[in-house]
Structures are given as structure tokens and as C-alpha cells.
Design a protein around this ligand. Structure first.
Ligand code: CA
Length: 232
């Protein structure tokens, strides 16, 4: 599943340049030239990250970021502000409204990709391509392989995404609803017991290598991925 980035930029040349470079870097992109169109895209499907130009026609990027942060569904989307401004006070303003980073134009495409990767690693590790390894269980997002001591574990696509999410969000209990939002995507209407079905499949696959204990059921709450916690 490739990472989806929404580019909100009214200057066509810059929008094209960013789109080209992000696609070269393996990202999936959508773009909008103003906040209203961007909101329509966000309403269809949540992006993994938004690149948001500060100066937009009609509603400014800052105003749009503020709206995204006030809304429960969108408040956690990582945002990187793009701006021609170099004033320190503007930078502070951008970060105050909850932007995760701030890139000043003109920027090199390489720098932009590096910043995006850094924000994703921090904010949405399941959307980055970093290898995760916990208790000898190793998940490599670049080739989708899951192994324990080089022995490969075969997983379906949903089990893979579920495991990736859980391995990057350890030691915390997630309810079925939260897992649906984060792994299946919001706006997806699936019953909560679907989560149980996939957890069961995932555990079965992990059982073959003796790692099913890493996923714990927390009665009445949901599931947790954790090493060495007493459970029953
Ligand atoms: Ca602009």
C-alpha cells in the first residue's frame, strides 16, 4: 500500500514539480489548487500527509490547517507547510496551528522528500518504509516480507497491514473501531468483528513461528502488540 500525499498548491508549475518528484520517490499523489477542493478530496479519503501551501487563493493554507486540526477525523493528518515566507514569526505561527514541519520555497525536491520521510517516520510509522523488528519478528515494508530468523511468514494483505500498524504502535490497546480506522481506513463500512477474523488469521500465521503471544486480547477493550507483558 503506497503512501498517499495530498498536495495543496495553487501555482501549477510548482504543483507539477512536486507531483513528479513525489511519484518518482514512490508516493501516490493527489492535488488541489485551493482549500475547498482539498477538503473535498480529504472527505473522500484521508491522505497520509498533506503538503500545504501557505498562500492560497480564498482560504489561506494556515486557515485550512486550523480547520483540519479542529476536526476529529482530520486532526491527526501530518501537515507540512510550504511557504515563500522566511519570517521567523510566520514559522512559529505555522507550527502553532499544528503543522508538523515547514519548508521554505525555493526548496530542492530531495530536501522535500527527506522532510516528508522524517515527518512520516515520526507521525505515521506504518506509512514509512522503515524496517521494523521486534522480538526477532522482522517486517520489511519495501518488499512486504515478514520473517523470523529468515523464515518467511506468509500473510494476506490485510494481515500484513494490521501487523505493520501494530508493530509500529506497540504497548497500547487499540479498540476494534480504532483498528478499523487506522488499518482499513476511515469511511470504510466494515463490521467490527471483521477485525477479530483478521487478528485470528494473523495469530495463526504467527503461531507457526511461535510469535502469536505478541498479540494480546484485552478483554472488553481490544488488542495490543507487546513483548513480555503478562497476559491471560
Ligand atoms: Ca501559493
Amino acid at each position: 500500500m503506497s503512501t498517499k500525499i495530498l498536495i495543496v498548491e495553487d501555482e501549477a508549475a510548482i504543483q507539477e514539480l512536486i507531483t513528479y518528484n513525489l511519484q518518482q520517490a514512490g508516493y501516490q499523489t493527489t492535488s488541489a489548487e485551493d482549500a475547498e477542493k482539498a477538503m473535498a478530496l480529504v472527505n473522500q479519503a484521508l491522505p497520509d500527509l498533506i503538503l500545504l501551501d501557505w498562500m492560497l487563493p480564498k482560504m489561506s493554507g494556515v486557515e485550512f490547517a486550523r480547520i483540519l486540526r479542529q476536526n476529529d477525523r482530520t486532526k491527526l493528518i501530518p501537515i507540512i507547510m510550504l511557504t515563500a515566507r522566511t519570517e521567523e514569526s510566520d514559522k512559529i505561527k505555522g507550527l502553532e496551528i499544528g503543522a508538523d514541519d515547514y519548508v521554505t520555497k525555493p526548496f530542492s525536491p530531495r530536501e522535500l522528500v527527506a522532510r516528508i520521510n522524517a515527518v512520516l517516520r515520526r507521525r505515521a510509522p506504518e506509512a514509512s518504509d522503515q524496517v521494523v523488528e521486534i522480538d526477532q519478528l522482522r517486517l520489511n515494508p519495501s518488499d512486504h516480507r515478514v520473517t523470523v530468523n529468515q523464515q518467511e511468514i506468509v500473510l494476506g494483505p490485510t494481515e500484513y497491514r494490521l501487523l505493520h500498524f501494530m508493530m509500529t504502535h506497540t504497548d497500547r490497546v487499540y479498540s476494534r473501531g480504532q483498528l478499523l480506522d487506522r488499518v482499513w481506513g476511515d469511511h470504510v463500512f466494515v463490521e467490527e468483528r471483521t477485525v477479530d477474523v483478521h487478528i485470528r488469521r494473523l495469530r495463526k500465521a504467527l503461531q507457526l513461528v511461535g510469535k502469536d503471544d505478541l498479540i494480546q486480547t484485552v478483554r472488553g477493550s481490544g488488542y495490543r502488540f507487546s513483548v513480555g507483558i503478562e497476559h491471560n
